[in-house]
Design a protein around this ligand. Structure first.
Ligand SMILES: [Zn+2]
Length: 226
């Protein structure tokens, strides 16, 4: 644990140094290697004397693991329990800790970006619409949804579709508006249509497969106006 702790000695008495070094020795499990009692027995002094010698002749210094800046100076074991400090954050100075936290935030952000799925491409959308057609999803629609789908299928563009589904009524109440949008969203969800939007979610165009239009025209010709 040399990189985390430094023992500073202020004596050149070899026997005192031996006591101090044992007093502050920390093993890989982040525990003090020697019991004070064992040091006392070995050097034939009292427990109190061990602590007294260590604290007046030495100190334990913790340093930042990144930049080696001094963090804390400890004089007695009771002030420092290394096994409580297993987290890296306890061994970083303020500056390095800030860096570390920022790195973690960046890492999280990157992970989030990766998780966020990219929007489907035009090809993927069409593939899904083809699959929905193959599976006859249109056959399971109730009348209001079918009606909306047919309006979208028989219209030439976005403007025409919107004016028809909302009956050209700008003062239409919000409940009705909501109902229509719920239908449109459902039709898109089951891939019978694709509502192409720009980056601001504004509708660019509605897409329906020509093959689906043909099927609908054959089966529900009475519902088509044109
Ligand atoms: Zn640092």
């Amino acid at each position: 644990m040399d990189n985390l702790f430094t023992i500073v000695l202020n004596t050149d008495d070899i026997s005192l140094i031996a006591i101090c070094e044992r007093y502050w020795d920390i093993n890989k499990k982040m525990k003090y290697t020697y019991h004070v009692r064992d040091i006392a027995i070995r050097f034939d002094i009292s427990l109190l004397k061990v602590t007294e010698i260590a604290s007046s002749n030495s100190a334990l210094i913790t340093k930042c693991v990144k930049c080696s800046q001094e963090l804390n100076v400890y004089r007695m074991r009771k002030d420092f329990h290394p096994d409580e400090l297993l987290s890296l954050e306890f061994f970083l100075c303020k500056v390095c800790l800030e860096d570390y936290k920022n790195q973690q935030i960046t890492k999280l952000k990157v992970e989030k970006e990766v998780i966020k799925k990219p929007p489907l491409t035009k090809e993927q959308k069409y593939k899904r619409m083809n699959l929905a057609l193959e599976r006859n999803f249109w056959n399971e629609l109730d009348e209001p949804h079918l009606e909306t789908l047919i309006i979208i299928a028989e219209s030439n563009n976005k403007t025409e579709i919107l004016s028809k589904v909302f009956y050209d009524n700008k003062d239409i109440n919000s409940d009705f508006r909501y109902k229509i949008w719920t239908r449109i969203n459902y039709l898109e969800k089951v891939d019978l249509i694709w509502v192409e939007r720009d980056e601001n979610q504004k509708i660019k165009e509605f897409h329906v497969l020509d093959d689906l239009c043909k099927v609908l025209r054959t089966k529900y010709s009475h519902l088509f106006l044109s």
